[in-house]
Design a protein around this ligand. Sequence first.
Ligand SMILES: Nc1ncnc2c1ncn2[C@@H]1O[C@H](COP(=O)(O)OP(=O)(O)OP(=O)(O)O)[C@@H](O)[C@H]1O
Ligand SMILES: [Mg+2]
Length: 296
Amino acid sequence: MLLTAEKLTKKFGDHTAVAQLDLNIKENECVALLGPNGAGKTTTLQMLAGLLTPTSGSIRFSGTKNINRRLIGYLPQYPAFFPWMSAKEYLQFAGRLSEVPKKELQGKIEEMLSFAGLEKAKNKRIGGFSGGMKQRLGLAQAMIHEPKLLILDEPVSALDPSGRRDVLEMMNELKKKMAILFSTHVLHDAEQVCDEIVMLKGGKMKWCGNLIDLRKRQGEDHVLLETKEEIGNWLRTENYVAECSFSSPRAVEFTLRNPESRNRLLSDCIDKGLTITHFSEKGRTLEDAYLELMEQ
Ligand SMILES: Nc1ncnc2c1ncn2[C@@H]1O[C@H](COP(=O)(O)OP(=O)(O)OP(=O)(O)O)[C@@H](O)[C@H]1O
Ligand SMILES: [Mg+2]
């Protein structure tokens, strides 16, 4: 295990921002920390990056108690740049701070500028950069020393759709080489890159698992039936129907007690002489499954 956090807790005065959080990150795994505003995402990431001392709980990095900052890259939620610096100067500065060996630094800077699509802008002042350029530069800064774990706090939240796509693509490249832990409040962003999702609300873990587990929760038990003739009231009393609501005498939407009852339903319709004009599964979206978990 690359990183293990146990019962991680952070209190600010009498307010508990993060409570008893357990978290595991394997080598080369991409984990999304998903939660609404104030869930405790930034607080968690800052503790894991060694920037904030936990009130209680433990963090082990590669099996040791010391958080080795050289093995971690960090992109804050609101990165502060010196507007007068050029992209190249900024990466030089970041590389020295992360102790990249002097003879490797120039090569690394060129590699990062190319990776971030900033070669043409390398000598321009950061003050004139767009939000997307700044975020790509921030990501380049966080990984210039080839960390084993990249911690990114809301790396795409402030970006427009094309900036979002650029940064998500960079993350998809990076996850081949290193583990990534990133926070977001948008499930769709998590879906694009991560293997595992940790849902946080009110400082507590609400759910954790992978996308496949989450998709399973979408369910396939909700169906839509339309017929040529009027359906009638018999459906309401069938024991395989959990809930039903008629939008017209010929159209009904309902939940089955289990998905296997679909064939039973269809044969009952045929027995009753009904002509089926539409039958479909109305799966919930992944977003519905997420909201349901968060509201529990
Ligand atoms: N330095 C601090 N002092 C006091 N309270 C704090 C401090 N930092 C965070 N908090 C509180 O802790 C809770 C969690 O904050 P945190 O910034 O970790 O949430 P977040 O999930 O990152 O939210 P956002 O999506 O808005 O970035 C909030 O209620 C916040 O007000
Ligand atoms: Mg935050």
